[in-house]
Design a protein around this ligand. Structure first.
Ligand code: TRP
Ligand code: ZN
Length: 880
């Protein structure tokens, strides 16, 4: 969008109408050439909602139109129009064949949408609306067609030619080119179309489905990377088995392909039978990838695979329903990861993500419901709200209906809607009908933005032996919605006796006597009575983070420390320690205001020490408990954020904790320091996690002894997890060894972009006075590439999103750096530019001086002549 053009118009859910025409079959021919690729598209079209005589209007952008042929007759220039991203054919019969020939320029395509080049190979990205950059089409998910695709390309440069479905034919031409033809038998929306052509190596394997069919599995990479695909392949097979066992869902083609590419805007894409992945989510071995990388690969391989049923076989009617496929598929990949590793650790990680990123989104200018009501660019709504909160909504259904009831709902969903493009309402109706439940009120989770607050008060009657919980819910207004209704909140809970033992839960209104129950909170205020409670218990509420809400309670410190020790629910045990620390940081900020030094009470240190030395907790949970809330997360609790004071208070307390626990940390480190074998089971990952956390705490003490531990750990080079952990300790320090080790690391890995990304991110997230100057220097370093999304995320993204104090520097230099970069990137790659600019939009949360600078920078971005629709939408909401 240019300034001088009209303001972009939002698209509204309320305006949905069925497609005027349907496209039943598509036959595509690609004559691939980096400079100019010709696409010949022949469609069978049928009138649908249109009246006879209504025009056919197809979407198309950045295309050179060569010809339009209707039922074998090429149309003259007067028989069609192209304008404003559309091809209009005013007169068409009820059914007809239309052939459109267009040209595109893949090597100039820096936006990485449509057909583009990466590392010299061709690939495509069509979700959400990229297919219209490949050919003219009805680019909307409720138009489902069967595709056949012929790819013609130079045989030497592009020996491998791939598309969706099955390879059906191939051959050679006289001029050094060759061709391949693919057919996909399953009707699909065009956003699931994919094409890949290049010089690729293949890791092949096979999987036998539960019904005994053999599926060929292929992972394609650049030839030098093919040895790094074992983990991805193993993850794929696990995911295929899991979906059969958990949901009875079997793969439906004889071939499943994954291609790894270096230039990719997001994580990965679920194109039918041909998933395309960001290389960082495919390639791994212990020398180059960290435990977190291995886990992310397993999760994302599963996520994209699971889309084959939840997304592809059943797709979305329109893009407002994005969470239909994304929320459900994230829930499925979360359950899968929980089953493959540690369930409580996975739950803690997901809750942390929600609280540190989705809650702020819900509480800022981009707040939107899980099913948004309007958008300018749908790209801007691939958000934590649609994905992660959307998964929480599915999880709550799972909690309310039970695993069996949820499975019945899923079975009905596939029975009713296979092959269709449907809505979130259709999904909820299946869950309701299969279980005989009314989910009308529950569905407010889809339409209401904002995070509900749950205020809980407790009372105990020692004559009646009754315990009362009074629960009030309130969802604050968001920028897009003033008034909020009460939602259905499944509140999983239990009671703990003074002796630390669980108390049986006897609810007055129903027959239960367990140690754990799920209350259904539906009213603005309600009171629940527990009978036969012999003494005042400690209530353990929102176990397993059973709803995406903010729980507000007045618990004293002793109770929190008690819960840290005795709660049988691993999540709440962890959460008590998190709450205690948040509270301590906020108290420390008040101390700073009063000219006092922050002080960590010895009782707190003792509580964390007990966690560290516990004989019953596993290492991974210990590490989670000792990973204290970030400054950003704590900032959410504050009226106005003063980043300097917040960081000063938090740092002081962390350092005191490290001092208080020093001998324990040293011992815990030593016990785990000499593991030589590298395995990826939950126990081994937990051990490394705890060991490296101990090292990080010891690093706060800045003693030579611990600096040497870090250096030694780097130099034994046991695995990338340990090397990065060692480097991270050094990265914050101002010592010659820091630069030495960082340089050595760079020299060793400079030809490996994925490892170089870690080197960039380490420096961008360092706690150092001059980090902004470091980032600026790195932008000019050969390791950086201002066009590659992974490099951008590792340097600029990591700085803006992962270096709270560096980015929020009081002089505004961090903000200016980001705004400058966004302005430069926006015309090149608007999707990435608009994702970066989000680091500036929560200006209302900060002090006046920062507010002024932030607003000024947002204005500067918006008034730039080339401001894209993507960036315009985010910035205008922020300023509006
Ligand atoms: N559907 C993809 C997923 O969730 C998301 C995705 C990949 C995407 N690439 C994209 C969305 C580009 C928008 C634009 O797995
Ligand atoms: Zn997805």
């Amino acid at each position: 969008m240019k300034n001088d053009q009209a303001t972009p118009k939002p698209i509204r859910l309320a305006d949905y109408t069925p497609p005027a025409y349907r496209i039943e079959t598509v036959d595509l021919r690609f004559d691939l050439d980096p400079a100019t690729t010709r696409v010949t598209n022949t469609m069978r079209v049928r009138r649908n909602a249109a009246e006879p005589g209504d025009p056919l209007i197809l979407n198309g952008e950045h295309l050179d139109l060569i010809s339009v042929t209707l039922d074998g007759h090429e149309l003259g220039a007067g028989a069609y129009r192209t304008d404003d991203g559309k091809l209009t054919v005013p007169e068409v019969p009820e059914t007809f064949e239309l052939t459109v020939v267009t040209e595109t320029h893949p090597k100039d395509n820096t936006a990485l949408e449509g057909l583009y080049q990466s590392s010299g190979n061709f690939c495509t990205q069509c979700e959400a609306e990229g297919f219209r950059r490949i050919t003219y089409f009805l680019d909307r998910p409720d138009v489902m067609a069967t595709y056949s695709t012929t790819i013609v390309a130079d045989k030497t440069d592009y020996p491998v030619l791939l598309s969706n479905g099955n390879p059906v034919d191939a051959g050679e031409l006289d001029d050094g080119r060759h061709w391949a033809r693919w057919e996909d038998p399953f009707p699909k929306p065009c956003y699931l179309f994919a094409l890949v052509a290049g010089d690729l190596a293949c890791h092949q394997d096979a999987f036998t489905t539960q019904s005994g069919r053999e599926v060929t599995l292929r992972i394609y990479t650049e030839p030098h990377n093919v040895g790094r695909t074992d983990h991805a392949m193993a993850s794929l097979k696990k995911a295929m088995r899991w979906d059969e066992e958990t949901f009875g869902l079997e793969y439906d083609l004889d071939l499943f392909q994954i291609v790894s590419v270096d230039d990719f805007n997001m994580g990965a894409m679920e194109n039918k039978g041909l998933n395309v992945f960001n290389s960082k989510l495919v390639l791994a071995n212990p020398d180059t990838a960290t435990d977190a990388d291995f886990q992310a690969i397993e999760a994302v391989i599963a996520h994209e695979y699971f889309h084959n049923w939840t997304g592809n076989r059943i797709t979305c009617r329109d893009w407002f329903q994005l969470s239909l496929k994304e929320g459900l598929t994230v829930f499925r990949d979360q359950q899968f990861s929980a089953d493959m590793g540690s369930a409580p650790v996975k739950r803690i990680a997901d809750a942390r993500l929600l609280r540190t990123q989705q809650f702020p989104e819900d509480n800022g200018p981009m707040a939107h419901p899980v099913r948004p009501d309007s958008y300018i660019k749908i790209d801007n709504f691939y958000t934590l709200t649609v994905y992660e909160k959307g998964a929480e909504v599915i999880r709550m259904m799972h909690t309310l209906l039970g695993a069996d009831g949820f499975r019945k709902g899923m079975d009905l969903y596939f029975q009713r809607h296979d092959g269709q493009a449907v809505t979130c309402d259709d999904f909820a109706a299946c869950m309701a009908d299969a279980n005989g439940r009314d989910l009308t009120q529950f569905k407010r989770w889809y339409s209401q933005a904002g995070t509900p607050h749950l205020k809980v008060e407790e009372a105990y009657d020692d004559e009646a032996n009754e315990f009362y919980l009074t629960v009030r819910q309130h969802t604050p207004a968001t920028q897009d919605q003033e008034h909020k209704e009460p939602v259905v909140i499944p509140l999983r809970m239990g009671l703990i006796g003074r002796d630390g033992e669980p108390v049986r839960v006897n609810l007055s209104h129903r027959e239960t006597s367990e140690h754990d129950c799920v209350l259904e909170i539906t009213e603005e205020e309600q009171t629940v009575v527990f009978e036969g409670v012999p003494e005042r218990p400690v209530a353990s509420l929102l176990r397993g983070f059973s709803a995406p809400v903010i729980l507000e309670r007045d618990l004293d410190d002793d109770t929190l420390r008690f819960q840290m020790k005795h709660d049988t629910d691993a999540f709440n045990r962890w959460d008590a320690g998190q709450t205690l620390f948040r509270r301590r940081v906020i108290a420390a900020m008040a101390d700073l205001d009063n000219g006092l030094d922050p002080k960590l009470p010895e009782k707190d240190a003792e509580a964390y020490r007990e966690v560290l030395n516990s004989e019953t907790l596993d290492d991974a949970l210990k590490a989670e408990a000792l990973t204290l809330p970030s400054a950003e997360a704590i900032g959410e609790d504050l009226e106005t954020i003063d980043p300097d004071q917040l960081v000063q208070a938090r740092d002081a307390l962390v350092k005191q904790l490290a001092e208080a626990l020093e001998p324990d940390l040293k011992r815990a480190y030593g016990l785990r320091a000499n593991d030589t074998e590298y395995t990826l089971d939950a126990a081994a990952i937990g051990r490394r996690r705890l060991k490296n956390l101990c090292l990080a705490y010891l690093g706060w003490l800045e003693r030579n002894e611990y600096i040497q531990l870090a250096i030694d750990q780097i130099n034994v080079e046991r695995n990338m997890t340990d090397v990065i952990a060692g480097l991270r300790v050094l990265s914050h320090l101002d010592i010659p060894e820091r630069d030495q080790e960082l340089n050595d690391f760079y020299e060793k890995w400079k030809n490996d972009p994925l490892v170089t990304d870690k080197w960039l991110a380490l420096q961008a997230t360092a706690k150092r006075e001059n980090v902004i100057e470091d980032v600026k220097a790195l932008m000019e370093h050969p390791a950086f590439n201002r066009r590659n999304p992974n490099r951008i995320r590792s340097l600029i993204g990591a700085f803006a999103m992962g270096n709270f104090e560096g980015f929020q520097r009081a002089d505004g230099e961090g903000y200016r750096l980001l705004a400058d970069f966004v302005i430069e990137l926006d015309p090149v790659n608007p999707q990435i530019a608009s994702s970066l600019v989000r680091a500036l939009i929560r200006w209302r949360r900060f002090d006046d001086a920062r507010q002024d600078i932030l607003k000024q920078e947002l204005q500067r971005v918006m008034s730039t002549a080339s401001c894209s629709e993507n960036t315009y939408e985010v910035v205008s909401r922020a300023l509006g």
